[in-house]
Design a protein. Sequence first.
Length: 767
Amino acid sequence: MIEVFAGVCLSLALTLMIGMILLKKVKNAVTPSVRYLFAMAAITIVSYVTAVVVQDQRAATLAYGLYFAFTDWLVIVLLLYAEKYTEIVRKNRVGKILIYAGALLDTVSMVVNVFTHHVFKVEQTELLIGGESYFAVADKRPMYRVHLAIVYTLVVLVLVLLIVKVRQTLKLYRRKYRMVLYSFVCVLVLNVGYRFTKFTLDISVIAYSLIAIAVCYFSLFYVPKIIVVRLLSFVVREMEGGIMCFDLEGKCVYANQMACRLLQVAEKGKNGSMERFFAEWLAGKQAGELEDRTWHEEYTIEGEVRYFESKFRRLLDEDKNYVGCYFLMQDRTEELRKIEYERYRATHDELTGIYNKTGFYEAVREKLNQEPERRRYMICSDIKDFKLVNELFGLEQGDRVLKRIAEILGREALEGSVYGRLSGDRFAICLYEENFREWLFNDYIKELATMVPSAVYRMHIHVGVYPITEPDLEVSVMCDRAHLAVQTVKDDYQKIVVYYDDAISDAMQHERKLIGEFDTAISEGQFTIFVQPQVARTGELLGGEALVRWNHPQRGMVPPGDFIPVFERTGFIHKLDRYVWELACAQLKRWKEQGKGHLHLSVNISPKDFYNVDIYETFTGLVEKYQIDPKKLKLEITETAIMEGLKQQLSLLERLRAYGFEIEIDDFGSGYSSLNTLKDIAVDVVKLDMGFLSKTEHGDRSKTIMNAMISMSKQLGLTVVAEGVETEEQVAYLTNAGCDIFQGYYFSKPLKVSDFEAKYESELSAR
Ligand code: C2E
Ligand code: CA
Ligand code: CA
């Protein structure tokens, strides 16, 4: 029996020693304390086994003495461990010294006891079971009680520490300390129990090793894991998403509150419902199909539809065996809304809420891809001089017009149509060929015309139609084609709908050719000026208007109507104008040198020039360069140019006049400026639009307006020039009405400079 006991004890001691070595690798604050505990427990066990096994009384006394002494130290190590583990650090140095001194004295006392027997004696005793004889402790003296007192004091300290910690700690962490405390109490119970049973081997010795192992397990391994699991379960419970976990058999292991809400399952008895959900989800799926997957679904929570991203994930063990799975449903509503909002903003027009250019292009492309065989029309609209609506009636009214157009488009758009606002006042609609009705646009235009009730400005809208013959073309190109059609309308207000056809396509090609030739034309001096004489009431030649001509190497003399609009559209006009102005100045300089310094030249300034050229710098620079009188260089500006950005323009005109230039309003009456605006504009000359002249033959109304314009101009002290004068009657009428200067075929067509000079000479000699 004793041998068996010794065997068990020694192998435990050996295990502890091996454990101590292995623990070295475990990184934890309490690992050193645990390792001391292992060592101390091993030594204590070995000393007890020795005491029981030896047959010599003195040796047995020494071994028991050591066993008792080591018990002191074992408990001290346990105390140190408890301190570390519970992190209740006591700074009581006196207490510590007392404990160490007590244990030391007890150790000495136990060794000396071999000779003095002041603590205990050993006696040959028979084992209660089996009857084997061994040396057991007998005749315990008062000093033995001192030893017990030391041990139990320490034990009580350890107990107190653990109990305090257990009580202080949050419920979740309590387990960590409680398990150690329970193991400790178990050993104590065993130990105390042994004290009441005489002549038995001390089983609690084995328990020492057990407590060491238990302590090690609970403080280093088992407990932390439990806490991680619990903490994770908190995380999962608190998570905004729903989560459900199923085991191998499809039993619901876990489902958080959110999952219950989503599946509308009561928390109580949720497992049954969850399993049903899983079974239904699985239904029809093959084992092989059971793959991780992610999908989107909608759930209604408290009456609100929300978008969830759901995931199904398999759980695999280390050997890649399927052990369970989980579902994760995450609310992506806000993200989705944000993305949708961003997308909406990127593809929709803020003002009207319909597609913007990007959105329109994308939507059309999609439609075309869906049914490439269906015939469609691309239609783009453009309001004539829309900027004027803003200028004359204010931005608010302008916005209202744009919104109205969007509304009309929305109202008329039939199934399969896409419409949007491409920019400013440009709208586009792409519809099925059979849905296209020209009259629709006529109505549309009538409605718009009523929106800005004004005598001076009537809103004109033009619509370009491109029948989509090549659906693979980029949508932007289709829109460009429809726009090109619009641009061919020019000033014909009656022409509302214009189709993109071969003529336009040819014109396009022609346009491209012109642009390609522009730079060479400038560098080779192919552009020249013709001068159209301007004559006073007296018949005296005052000067003329410089009008550009392109002396093309192949096409001969090209009139400006063929290329000016192209260059205006494509942004080349300022280069050409700059060149023409220079020619005019050089001519004025020559005349000055030839003694014809009183002749003037009027030059045209395109509305586009104001955006690309510093007008003031350029003209003052030219005048200084050629040393000419600014009075002789007259600047022709159209109404439209003045009306766009009225404020800056007015101050520019003031500055030019202050320098000495004369400003002429060209084509007055063709646009929308009211007679009143004349008062506010700092100009010197009004050039009446030729259109009026041709109309005066037909109506009294035009005549009335003409008369009013002339008399008003006179009242304002402006010079009136009549353009496009073709007949003697016109001259008579205009002279009568008060016109100062005449320009027109009646007097002369625009002439080559040399012809103009010859005409001048002959007139001089005629006088
Ligand atoms: P505009 O400035 O109104 O010039 C007058 C135009 O009317 C000239 O046409 C002239 O030949 C024409 N005309 C003159 N008298 C009569 C007449 O009795 N009956 C008719 N039916 N027509 C008459 P042109 O030279 O073909 O110029 C056309 C337009 O081209 C000009 O109109 C002007 O807007 C523009 N333009 C001409 N040269 C330049 C230039 O150097 N720069 C810019 N930006 N535009 C120019
Ligand atoms: Ca002109
Ligand atoms: Ca004119």
